[in-house]
Design a protein around this ligand. Structure first.
Ligand SMILES: Cc1cc2nc3c(=O)[nH]c(=O)nc-3n(C[C@H](O)[C@H](O)[C@H](O)COP(=O)(O)O)c2cc1C
Length: 162
């Protein structure tokens, strides 16, 4: 019988960069644990590790930005997934961005993005769930354009272990 690890290791979900800003300082990390979770009302759930700097910043704001990456954007994924602001990394120095309408940092070179208002937070174990109600969005996602998925980045070393 397959184990739970076998089950999760077989998954190949989209990867996102999730950003937040507090006190004028942008923060962001690579995220695989995320999904739409309601159609009406539209809702999206993002899980942020309790270890991440981004999670601490997300606790001090009401809005997150979620970015969908193109299939060839391993470099951007590595920037946000392997470096941590807890060790002084300034990820936004090498990733052009601008403040979104809701105040979250919006990356310029991504397939698509949306900002979401944090409606609820959930303790999920070693990650905190952030239930988002979509606000503004941009870019041009389409099935034909594709997206970066977990199988393309699974060998990256995360900035924080969990
Ligand atoms: C393939 C991969 C998937 C990841 N998935 C998540 C995730 O779902 N949630 C999360 O909070 N961190 C996830 N991370 C880890 C963070 O992106 C990473 O620890 C990052 O360096 C944290 O940066 P920060 O401390 O500046 O926020 C993932 C990393 C990698 C390489």
């Amino acid at each position: 019988m397959a184990s739970f690890d076998d089950f999760t290791n077989a998954l190949d979900y989209p990867m996102y960069v999730v950003t937040a800003s507090a006190d004028g300082r942008p923060s962001g990390c690579l995220v695989g644990f995320a999904s739409q979770c309601s159609i009406n009302p539209p809702r999206f759930l993002v899980w942020l590790s309790k270890e991440n700097h981004t999670t601490e910043v997300a606790a001090r704001t009401d809005v997150l930005a979620v970015h969908l990456l193109g299939p060839d954007q391993q470099g951007l994924a590595a920037l946000f997934g392997c470096l941590t602001a807890d060790q002084g990394a300034d990820k936004f120095a090498s990733a052009p961005w601008q403040p979104g309408p809701g105040g979250a940092p919006v990356l310029c070179h991504v397939t698509a993005w949306f900002e979401g208002r944090i409606e609820q937070r959930f303790d999920g174990g070693d990650h905190v769930g952030h239930l988002l109600a979509p606000l503004e969005s941009g870019g041009s996602a389409s099935p034909a354009r594709g997206q970066l998925t977990y199988s393309a980045v699974r060998n990256l070393e995360p900035g924080h272990p969990a």
